[in-house]
Design a protein around this ligand. Structure first.
Ligand SMILES: [Zn+2]
Length: 158
């Protein structure tokens, strides 16, 4: 299986953007939660316990409601194949929240930014494009030919 991680440099840029946006919006609490998660993980080696401790801290902070830990969906091909990110569901796709991957450990980003970044990187690395009809990735779509999955051509939807 092909592993598609996001480069550390890309992820740091992304995290920097999200942090800047979140500056007035509880970033301090998130950064505290990040350090609590890291500490808890170093003591317990349990991602679940680290997320629980961080979530508890954020909720005690008062301004936020979180809805437990969620995971990026398993995909056999495409930008998210071979990548599993766990994150605290903050109720909004682009809300800055606490995230975890095996490669990077814990970091602050959002589910929406993470997926968009993964898709951009996948396009650059493979030259493939996403079919607007069926959601399949292929080089045929990038070249303006018929999508091998659903038979639609980009002209029909661009
Ligand atoms: Zn298609």
């Amino acid at each position: 299986m092909r592993l598609k991680g996001i480069s550390n440099a890309g992820m740091q840029r992304l995290a920097g953007t999200v942090q800047a946006q979140a500056k007035d919006d509880g970033l301090d609490a998130l950064e505290e939660a990040l350090s609590i998660a890291e500490t808890t993980y170093s003591q317990t080696r349990s991602v679940d316990e680290a997320f629980s401790a961080a979530e508890k801290h954020l909720e005690e902070d008062g301004n936020y409601a979180y809805f437990g830990v969620e995971y990026t969906p398993y995909e056999e091909t495409g930008p998210l194949s071979g990548v599993e990110m766990a994150y605290l569901n903050a109720g909004d796709t682009y809300a800055a929240t606490l995230c975890y991957t095996e490669d990077k450990g814990f970091f602050i980003s959002s589910w929406g930014d993470y997926v968009e970044n993964a898709e951009r990187q996948y396009e650059e690395e493979t030259g493939e494009r996403l079919c607007g009809y069926c959601g399949a990735w292929s080089e045929e779509v990038a070249a303006g030919q018929e999508c091998p999955s659903c038979g639609h051509a980009p002209d029909e939807w661009s």
